[in-house]
Design a protein around this ligand. Structure first.
Ligand SMILES: N[C@@H](CCC(=O)N[C@@H](CS)C(=O)NCC(=O)O)C(=O)O
Length: 211
């Protein structure tokens, strides 16, 4: 039987899926896609599997393609029958977990989609800067709300979950670690705690080699 194949790029969104695969001990092949914004061929090759040209893209042994990191998160937990990263249906933390997982992927994640390369959405070159600034400001507001919801030591409180993997990954992106430390210190602390987990150390070393 073929292994799972994860299309990704170190430090990009594939980190979210990679960390969970490693956590569960699920074997997978990692296929680097290259820089999706600057390499046209990288995007073209990925689009054969995911027409949106986004990572993570996970191809299952039977050829089924999974995209959307939240869907992958829930599916992986189902596959292993584990509640380690995803609170189960009977757990009190389940509603908060689902709310904030979807909040991250449906509110925060699109700010990167739109502002990473505003030329895709704003034809007028002179308007791109203002658009990107507005989207970045909105992202900071979204992170401030997320920070206020973080219980500590983990996002859900005493219970570690996939949300902490998201927080650890996202705090490596814009608006940058110093901003998180100053404005979203609970998220920065969760990132530190998650980065210190021996079970994920190889994932962080591969994806975020610099501190
Ligand atoms: N909703 C998707 C978003 C994935 C996503 O935007 N990934 C970024 C990399 S961090 C990407 O592939 N961007 C390329 C693009 O938007 O064209 C998810 O949660 O998996």
């Amino acid at each position: 039987m073929h292994k799972l194949k994860l299309f990704g790029e170190p430090g990009w969104g594939s980190t979210l899926a990679e960390a969970q695969l490693v956590w569960y001990g699920i074997p997978f092949d990692f296929q680097r896609v290259g820089d999706l914004f600057s390499e046209k061929s990288a995007r073209r090759e990925l689009e054969a599997f995911n027409p949106l040209g986004q990572i993570p893209t996970l191809v299952l042994p039977d050829g089924t393609v999974m995209t959307e990191s939240a869907a992958i998160t829930l599916w992986l937990a189902d596959q292993v029958g584990s509640v380690e990263l995803v609170p189960g249906p009977d757990e009190a933390e389940r509603p908060r977990f689902l709310r904030w997982l979807l909040y991250i992927t449906s509110n925060i994640y699109p700010t990167y989609t739109y502002a990473d390369d505003p030329s895709r959405f704003v034809p007028d070159e002179g308007a791109r800067r203002g658009f990107a600034d507005a989207v970045h400001a909105y992202a900071r507001k979204l992170y401030t709300i997320l920070n206020a919801e973080a219980a500590g030591p983990w996002f859900l409180g005493s219970r570690f979950s996939a949300l902490d993997i998201y927080v650890c990954t996202l705090t490596h992106w814009k608006p940058g670690r110093p901003w998180f430390e100053a404005n979203a210190p609970r998220l920065a602390a969760i990132a530190d705690g998650t980065k210190a987990l021996a079970r994920l150390s190889e994932v962080w070393a591969r994806n975020f080699p610099k501190p």
